[in-house]
Write a protein that binds this ligand. Structure first.
Ligand code: IVH
Length: 662
């Protein structure tokens, strides 16, 4: 039996090893539960023999937490008072002038970011803690999650104070939100309501790996504690943040008179849709920091700042009909056909209703006057119904039991209804469009309109038919000339040699997108090897979980898959065997996770392919899972973060050597 001291050493070593396996190699050997048991045992023996030695029980960086630690803010995180009209805003300006005893004051005007408030504590330039607002006095310690966000530096550039608490918002960029919801619609999962809630929900995930996938970003506008000398004005604070490498608002307007302040607020109102984040207003602050201290705050909010809330951009319009859109995987999505209306800067005539349950929950009826908003200011959505305007002639929507395209019975799958007919023409069109698209087989010229024509004419009944099209057939089509026909046939022929991952992505295997297609191609190298892979083997591939492993196995077992694959193979498509030549399919980089940053002499895609063809994975942001960073010239915050995390950093020469002198 080892004595307690020996056991402590043993456990610390063992736990650190598992931490490395989990975060750096992404190859855990034990379950979360077993890991927690080790940690608990260590805590217990350590309690009997307290010491100051470094211990995994004391530093962040373990497995997903069981719950967040509660942290007291150094300076409470307050809220802002709101105004809704120019008059109220002018009252605020007059109040500040009166309280400060000065008539000529400078104010800053900046967007109010609709995100989740966060406080980052940097000590001597290192991020040591990130805390949510919580109740304003105490919040949750979400440091591990914040470290996965690529635009938040783990280390501040240049000289930093001994201690500074940076305040700002975490948000989900509007485009990321749009993509996430499209994927969820496709997979029959309920859509997220808006970027703010999605960002908040993501930050609450206990597993940082999940947070890393959500594409969150940060933006910073204020501070709590700040030791030593600080700038005199908030406009200079913003400059300082920028120098440290912290993301700040691209707009910070300065104004003195009432008229100037109101004009600045109006400017932000006009341009609010151009920001990558959602804004629900403008924040007007006194620029001078000394005066701010003099004015102080009430129990809830500072006296030196106020929010001006923009009108929510909604529009009322008539819902004329609900149509059904058939997706590439057969999901039937109800779509609102609206009287065109202007909302948030563009005309909206159609809006997704996501799924049947959403329509029932909101009690949306055909003929209703509905409120349209852009969720995340990008996707138009029906957010409510003006029930008081109903005439009685409105009709309740019945989700059709059959597919509008092929008439076969629809099957309920999660919140979605799905057409599962392999012969459905709408699905076929979507599948071919996807197969030919830039992220898949990249067949130039084979776009939506032409695919529609070819399916209609009966020339395309499945993916393999693309490779049997003849010039004569093409020339029969409307608006198809000699030159375009030759170009198209050339593009089709050229696509046969595309790397395996493009084919895997294009085939439409459920849940498999670009990134997993690349991982699968790197792991199995040929379609035949992938088709033969069992569940256990699939689960070992990066980011492939139970659902995906099952979906992939089921897809390869379906008889229709065999027919498609046989036909594609006989038409000479690259099933992976061609990839293994040239770039030498070795396993040298197997298990490594890379981030590329800075400018390289070769194209990024090329460097990424060199890594993947050797079994490595390429990701976008540096986290604890990153094992290598390839840094080119002028590499910025990613490189800093890599240094902070002790990740191995290579320049191009070292990288080429590692790849075997390629
Ligand atoms: S200044 C003492 N500036 O909105 C609070 N806040 O509704 C000073 N917010 O609590 C906050 N964008 O979480 C400030 N540009 C901005 C902001 C902003 C968003 C948040 C912040 C605040 C909340 C109040």
């Amino acid at each position: 039996m080892p004595d307690d001291h020996e056991r402590i050493q043993e456990l610390r070593k063992e736990i650190e090893r598992h931490n490395r396996l989990y975060y750096e190699a992404a190859a855990p050997e034990i379950s979360d539960r077993d890991f927690d048991a080790l940690l608990k045992e260590l805590e217990k023996v350590e309690a009997l023999h307290p010491d100051d030695a470094p211990s995994p029980t004391r530093h962040v960086g373990g497995r997903p937490l069981l719950q967040f630690e509660s942290v007291r803010h150094l300076v409470p995180m307050q809220s802002l008072d709101n105004t809704y009209s120019p008059t109220e805003l002018m009252e605020f300006l007059a109040r500040v002038r009166k309280l400060s005893g000065e008539l000529l004051l400078t104010f800053t005007i900046e967007p109010k970011i609709d995100g989740v408030a966060i406080a980052l504590l940097y000590e001597n330039g290192k991020l040591v803690r990130a805390t949510t607002r919580g109740d304003g006095t105490t919040g949750d310690n979400v440091t591990q999650n914040i470290l996965t966000i690529s635009n938040i530096p783990a280390t501040l550039k240049g000289t930093a104070p001994e201690q500074i608490e940076i305040r700002g918002e975490i948000y989900m960029p509007k485009q990321v939100f749009l993509r996430l919801n499209q994927e969820r619609d496709e997979q029959g999962m309920p859509a997220f309501a808006n970027p703010r809630n999605t960002a908040a929900g993501s930050l609450k995930q206990l597993d940082p790996a999940l947070v890393a996938e959500r594409g969150l970003a940060g933006i910073f506008y204020g501070f709590g504690a700040w030791t030593g000398q600080k700038p005199a004005k908030s406009s200079l604070v913003q400059e300082q943040f920028r120098t440290w490498g912290l993301p700040v608002s691209e707009k910070l307007l300065l104004a003195e008179s009432d008229g100037e302040v109101i004009a600045a607020v109006e400017e932000l109102g006009r341009t609010r849709h151009d920001f990558t984040y959602e804004t629900d207003g403008a924040v007007i602050k006194l620029d001078g920091l000394n005066l701010r201290d003099e004015l102080g705050s009430t129990s809830k909010a500072p006296r030196w700042a106020i929010a001006y809330k923009f009108e929510p951009e909604q529009a009322e319009t008539k819902l004329r009909a609900i149509t059904i859109q058939v997706g590439r995987t057969g999901v039937l999505t109800p779509v609102a056909e609206l009287d065109p209306v202007l909302v948030a800067g563009s005309t909206v005539a159609r809006a997704t209703l996501h799924n049947e349950e959403e329509i029932l929950r909101k009690d949306i009826r055909v003929g209703d006057t509905v409120l349209v908003e852009k969720a995340g200011e990008v996707i138009p959505a029906v957010v409510g119904v003006k029930k008081d305007l109903r005439s009685g002639a409105e009709t309740v929507f019945d989700m059709p039991a059959t597919c509008p395209s092929c008439g076969s019975a629809a099957i309920k799958d999660g919140v979605a209804w799905r057409c599962v007919s392999p012969a459905c023409p709408a699905q076929l069109r979507r599948r071919i469009e996807y197969f030919a698209s830039r992220g898949a087989m990249d067949i130039e010229g084979l776009g939506e309109a032409l695919v529609g024509q070819l399916v209609e004419a009966g020339l395309l009944k499945g993916l393999p038919d693309i490779y049997s099209l003849s010039k004569e057939q093409l020339l029969e089509l409307d608006r198809m000339g000699e030159k375009s026909a030759s170009n198209l046939l050339e593009a089709i022929a050229g696509s046969k040699a595309r790397p395996l991952w493009r084919l895997l992505n294009g085939l439409g295997i459920p849940h498999v997108g670009v990134s997993s297609a690349r991982d699968l191609a790197a792991r199995y190298r040929t379609i035949d090897a992938l088709a033969a892979a069992d569940r256990e083997s699939l689960l070992k591939v990066h980011d492939i979980g139970d659902i995906m492993a099952d979906a992939i196995s089921a897809w390869f077992q379906a008889p229709s898959t065999h027919d498609t694959l046989d036909a594609l193979k006989s038409r000479g498509l690259n099933f992976g065997d061609a990839d293994s030549q040239g770039a030498a399919a070795d396993d040298k980089l197997s298990g490594t996770i890379w981030v590329l940053t800075g400018s390289l002499s070769i194209a990024r895609d090329e460097a990424a392919d060199m890594i993947r063809s050797r079994g490595g994975k390429v990701t976008g942001s540096v986290s604890k899972k990153t094992t290598h960073v390839l840094a080119g010239a002028e590499a910025g915050s990613k490189l800093d973060k890599a240094r902070e995390l002790g990740v191995r950093i290579l320049d191009e020469t070292a990288f080429r050597e590692l790849c075997g002198g390629a």
